[in-house]
Write a protein that binds this ligand. Structure first.
Ligand SMILES: Nc1ncnc2c1ncn2[C@@H]1O[C@H](COP(=O)(O)OP(=O)(O)O)[C@@H](O)[C@H]1O
Ligand SMILES: [Mg+2]
Length: 312
């Protein structure tokens, strides 16, 4: 059974490579570490599939990179529904400088979608049968896709009682939050884009604003991530929490937010409370920043960090 569907309207092929030092105005000789499927919704599906959950990812892809993306998902046996598009899917690059341990993530604007392409995808997601329990809307919108794309999905999901998890940014945010989703995960910048104008180091004010957004129906639960400081949670059930992970050596932020969402949805699906699932999400992101690549494959580390995540 497909319990969880994750939509990836803007996927990518992610190339991970390393070089000793990035040379200014010269050649930086790189070695390829891995080439992986990428894009929020696809990262979430890979992690959930690895956890043994019935998940389907719906994505749009075209050209040589689109074919490569599909081949990689087939190889990993990830259930998917692909919408073929005319433009070539983009390739993003994450370069790790081994002398400093810093990772530079180069993200390209990517493919443009024609109206019939996104309309087909929208119609498919809005007629999923059987209905999933959770629908993850993850990633930014490609050019050509209207601002209210996620909002149109959220309206339909709400009517059907599907729990929508939103993880997006910029112009894609306002419409689904206006409709109201089950859960939205924002970083500080996205929180500002959603209307917050106070200080970003005053967690009490942030929690108060989040509670107001929840009361206004934007989401039943709202999470704002704070990097090394953990994350805040406000919910309709009255949760108002701040949890912090232990200090962590950062290798790469790539895929950390998607790991947060994957493990959070997984724990909710397993019947954990929102507060517990969110604490697991913070632990998953803290585990993911310690490893390269897109895929979270060390659940033991997540469990260890979970035990150390402190409530405030
Ligand atoms: N040093 C760190 N220690 C623990 N967790 C971190 C650290 N830096 C970032 N994170 C977590 O990684 C995740 C990054 O994802 P996200 O909040 O979606 O940010 P972005 O959208 O900017 O990538 C967040 O959950 C964040 O709290
Ligand atoms: Mg994010």
């Amino acid at each position: 059974m497909t319990a969880i569907v994750s939509l990836c309207i803007k996927p990518a092929v992610d190339l991970f490579c390393r070089t000793e030092r990035l040379i200014d105005d010269g050649k930086s000789r790189c070695r390829i570490s891995s080439r992986e499927p990428g894009g929020g919704g696809i990262n979430v599906a890979r992690n959930l599939h690895g956890l043994g959950v019935g998940v389907l990812t719906v994505f749009t892809a075209g050209g040589a990179n689109g074919k490569q993306l599909q081949d990689m998902l087939e190889c990993d046996k990830i259930p998917f529904h692909r919408f073929e598009i005319e433009d070539d899917t983009c390739q993003n690059i994450a370069v790790t400088e081994t002398s400093t341990g810093k990772t530079y993530h180069l993200v390209f604007p990517g493919q443009q979608l024609r109206e019939p392409e996104w309309q087909n995808c929208l119609a498919y997601v809005n007629s999923l049968d059987p209905r999933p329990e959770y629908l993850v809307l993850s990633g930014s919108l490609p050019e050509g896709v209207p601002d209210d794309f996620y909002g149109r999905i959220a309206v339909d999901a709400k009517e059907k009682g599907i729990r929508t998890i939103l993880d997006t940014s910029g112009r894609a945010l306002a419409s689904p939050l206006k409709t109201g989703v089950y859960l939205a995960k924002l970083n500080r910048g996205e929180f500002v884009d959603s209307g917050y104008s106070g200080r970003l180091d005053d967690y009490q004010s942030m929690l108060a604003a989040m509670a107001e957004m929840v009361a206004n129906g934007m989401a039943e639960a709202l999470i704002v991530t704070l990097d090394a400081e953990g994350a805040l949670l406000a919910s309709r059930d009255g949760d108002s929490l701040h949890v912090r992970p232990p200090a962590t050596k950062v290798v790469s932020h790539v895929g950390a937010g998607d790991s947060f969402v994957s493990v959070l949805v997984y724990q909710l699906y397993q019947g954990k409370s929102l507060a517990e699932a969110y604490r697991y999400g913070v632990a998953a992101a803290a585990a993911k920043v310690q490893m390269p690549g897109n895929y979270l494959d060390d659940m033991e580390l997540v469990e260890t960090i979970y035990q150390q995540v402190g409530w405030k």
